[in-house]
Design a protein around this ligand. Sequence first.
Ligand code: SF4
Length: 126
Amino acid sequence: MIYLRPHHILCIQQFKGYGYNNIFVENMFNILNRLNEEQIIIKEDFDDICKKCPNLVNDVCISDGEIDLLDNKVLNLLNIEINKPIYFNDLKLYLSENLTEEIFYNICNSCSWYKKGFCNFKNFKF
Ligand code: SF4
């Protein structure tokens, strides 16, 4: 089972091998490699990606306000269900039916990775 917080369902599809450090990047590749084999559970606090992030200190995200905002936007704009196992292909299908370029912009425009140009709606492979 792979645990992801809401906004990370977008991040995993935008990932291009860049991250905070090597441990973070290695963990991202590990999760990506398991996406088509294991189910995903969306949870509301730190997840399998956060576990290897240098911003997680004593199980608390030190940029929590900003991260919570991103999670809330995904929950509100995409109506993602919490704590319900889902296969990645079904999640991608759901996103293809509900995620528009405008919604993506509204969720991601405040994120530093978006501002640096790493993330783009055209990168999604639904
Ligand atoms: S802009 Fe930020 S929140 Fe949005 S997909 Fe990229 S890294 Fe994730």
